[in-house]
Design a protein around this ligand. Structure first.
Ligand SMILES: [Zn+2]
Ligand SMILES: [Zn+2]
Length: 346
């Protein structure tokens, strides 16, 4: 089967490898229908993070058809159409029961890898997989795109809003205009935010943020952005802040625009994790966040919201590629020609 190999910074390519097989009783083999490139895949591709040359791709978002199940699997069967989240919670440890399966206490291999491929071996599939009614051909391409966001970005944006406790009537600031930040705007609106201030300096993303429910756009960064938020909120700051980037500057901005006692919900993978904790003390700021609870949100709210047509997070996929064009898909995101690149697997 075809899979994507990370060759070196700036280069991924398709190679032919053996199809995965069941190795544990709770494994599920999935024939991938749609996968994509994540902003987090770009860190190594841009050479900003070490990754071994000629190594498995870091792709972790897919929807597909169950091909084969291990002997312990009772929840899905061959032929089922499923969302394969990037998290693999057990569903019954203390973390999973509290709705934090991104930190499942029973699984050390709790995250997906290598899903930019024709087939994947999904470990711990019993609770983590989410069944989609019907078959892929029952859905429009736009709907398939939205369903794919439920493997990561829409759930991650929702996680930021949930841990930041976005509530009806709130003023929310979303830091970051990548796919996750844009999904954070959707999530803030779903949870009843009255004012959603999106930080974005790219026209295509500003447009989508507005379409998703942002009431104000701030193109500035750093202290200029902070000043703008303060001006927009009569110097109050935001009731909740979604940090969807993960850099030192974005975290610093997030902390500074939070009103005293507000929660900063962090879902940007921290790459420069230095934070001045004394600042949060003197503003009573609460810092929350981490890996999203994908299965929990999909089952509770997100799958229904997508199927009912209430939200359209698939609009973050602004370019489509075939699996053979995987390097072009990475390039399009690296050059910011695409907000997020979809991969169609035949
Ligand atoms: Zn991702
Ligand atoms: Zn668990």
């Amino acid at each position: 089967m075809k899979t994507t190999m990370f060759m070196e910074p700036g280069k991924v390519q398709i190679e032919d490898i053996d199809k995965p097989t069941i190795q544990a009783p709770d494994d599920v083999i999935i024939h991938v229908v749609r996968t994509c490139v994540c902003g987090s895949d770009l860190w190594a591709y841009r050479g900003l993070e070490d990754k071994a040359t000629h190594s498995e791709n870091s792709g972790h978002e897919a929807i597909g058809i169950v091909e084969e199940v291990g002997s312990d699997i009772t929840t899905v069967q061959p032929g089922d159409f499923v969302i394969a989240p990037f998290t693999h919670g057990c569903g019954h440890c203390a973390a999973c029961r509290a709705g934090f399966e991104g930190d499942c206490q029973n699984h050390t291999d709790n995250f997906s890898n290598g899903v930019q491929a024709e087939y994947i071996r999904f470990q711990h599939g019993e609770w983590a997989l989410i069944k989609i009614p019907g078959q892929p051909q029952d859905y429009s391409e736009a709907m398939l795109k939205s369903l794919l966001t439920l493997a990561d970005v829409m759930a991650t944006g929702y996680h930021a809003a949930r841990v930041a406790n976005v509530s009806a009537g709130d003023t929310v600031v979303v830091v970051g205009d990548g796919a996750v930040g844009l999904c954070g705007v959707i999530a803030a609106q779903m949870r009843g935010a009255k004012r959603i201030i999106a930080m974005s300096r790219h026209e295509d993303r500003q447009k989508l943020a507005t379409e998703f429910g942002a009431t104000d756009i701030i193109a500035e960064r750093g202290d200029e952005a902070v000043a703008k938020v303060m001006a927009l909120t009569n110097n109050a700051g935001a009731d909740a802040v979604l940090e969807c980037v993960g850099t030192e500057q974005s975290n610093d901005t997030a902390m500074k625009v939070a009103r005293p006692g507000a929660i900063v919900g962090r879902v940007g993978l921290p790459h420069e994790p230095k934070m001045d904790m004394s600042e949060s003390f003197y503003s009573n700021t609460i810092i929350a966040g981490g890996p999203a609870s994908v299965t929990t949100y999909d089952k509770q709210v997100l799958l229904k919201a997508v199927l009912d047509g209430d939200i359209h997070p698939g609009k973050v996929f602004t370019k489509s590629f075939k699996l053979d064009e995987i390097d072009d898909a990475y390039q399009a995101m690296t050059k910011r020609e695409a907000i997020k690149s979809l991969i169609v697997v035949d």
